[in-house]
Ligand binder design. Sequence first.
Ligand SMILES: [Zn+2]
Length: 133
Amino acid sequence: MELNLKRKDWNIMCAHVQAQSPLEACGLLAGKNNWVEKVLLIENQARSQVRFRMNPKEQLDAFHWIESNQLDLIGIFHSHPAGPETVSATDLEEVTYAVPQIVWSRLKGKWIARGFWIEDKQVSEVELKVVDS
Ligand SMILES: [Zn+2]
């Protein structure tokens, strides 16, 4: 499984997780056929360094936007400013939508993103392909 995104959208997410750090940041990825066409930034209402809870109003607005633009929800992203690089035990418990989960973490001070597919508490890697355009 893979998820394709443009450098521009990768940068939007990266800037957001950086701006929110040390709090976790979160958002939704909309698109078609594993291609991200829009990054929707959502407030982390939990305002926590170790978990996220999407602001329900913003999340609903985002879902409406996705629907009215004939796109699909194809991913959810959030950050782990203090690690781990993979999905956490909390993430496994709280996964709510059957879409790839993108986790941002810092490796030697630089933000990196990895994709994961979670099913029945089993985790497999989703390849993120960033395309320059
Ligand atoms: Zn997490």
